[in-house]
Design a protein around this ligand. Structure first.
Ligand SMILES: N[C@@H](CCC[C@H](N)C(=O)O)C(=O)O
Length: 265
């Protein structure tokens, strides 16, 4: 069986053209083995591109632990680039993912823009206003670093703090992804973000639904659409409109999505 390796700002995926539905999606141990960084191909997740009536394709997503999960924004963007590579789409896509239908577009420079689900208002997720929760297709806890306490996100212990919030009782039993954000000196500058991902159980270089959640949360702190987010693996952009109820609509995530290599498994 052929596989393809893609990455979107360093969030990397094994992708399989499963239009013939020959991949055993119930074999979670095999999926985890393929994603293993030493014994497998190595990836943050695995996706199947399947056919689906009424859509260009269906996205079936698994985390690196081999289990199916909620929406993956960078994965969705990579799968759109893969659909173009296969000739399943030209530049525009309409596909089905676990959180519902999505539109997407591949721009001439290769940037892939993905429309995300509408998002409910941010909820406070701690004692102060530095912690909020948003569901952008996947659940995200966002912590804004206190500039008095932490001068640099680069030196912050993302694994240690992320792991403890991910397993906090408040998020039982599903758990949560955890994003740490440094407030830039000027809200028009890129917002530095680092993310601990559920299902990878480690920091990843970028998380699409995560930076989307950060951009929406940052709008309460002076950021206006479009917001640029500096993930460890590259730059992403999120645009959105405010809804009268405090939620968000017309949310678009944009950035690069690149084929790295392919092979046989
Ligand atoms: N990397 C993804 C998020 C993937 C899902 C996440 N690990 C979860 O289980 O919630 C993204 O780009 O959004």
């Amino acid at each position: 069986m052929q596989f393809h390796k893609y990455q979107g700002t360093g969030n990397d995926f094994v992708i399989i053209d499963d239009r013939a539905q020959q991949f055993d999606h119930t074999d979670h141990a095999r999926i985890a083995a393929l994603c293993h960084r030493r014994f497998g191909v190595g990836a943050d997740g695995l996706m199947l591109l399947r056919t689906r009536e009424g859509y260009d394709f269906e996205m079936v997503y698994f985390n690196a632990d081999g289990r199916p999960s909620t929406m993956c924004g960078n994965g969705g963007r990579c799968l759109v680039a893969f659909a173009k590579y296969l000739g399943v789409i030209k530049n525009d896509a309409h596909f089905l993912a676990v959180d519902g239908p999505h539109e997407a577009r591949v721009e001439t420079d290769g940037t892939v823009r993905l429309k995300m689900i509408d998002v409910a208002p941010a909820q406070l997720a701690g004692v102060g206003e530095d912690d909020v929760f948003l569901h952008t297709g996947s659940p995200h806890h966002i912590h804004f670093l206190d500039p008095e306490e932490h001068h640099s996100l680069a030196e912050f212990d993302v694994y240690g703090h992320g792991h403890s919030i991910r397993y906090d009782q408040a998020y039982d039993p599903a758990g949560v992804n955890v994003n740490f954000v440094q407030v830039p000196a000027d809200p028009g500058h890129p917002w530095p973000v680092r993310t601990y991902e559920r299902g990878v159980e480690d920091e990843t270089l970028s998380c699409g639904t995560g930076v989307t959640a950060v951009a929406l949360a940052a709008s309460a702190r002076g950021a206006s659409s479009p917001v640029q987010l500096q993930a460890a693996g590259g730059l992403l952009e999120v645009s959105f409109d405010h809804r009268p109820d405090g939620g968000f609509e017309n949310v678009w995530l944009s950035g690069p999505a690149v084929r790295v290599f392919g092979g046989e498994i």
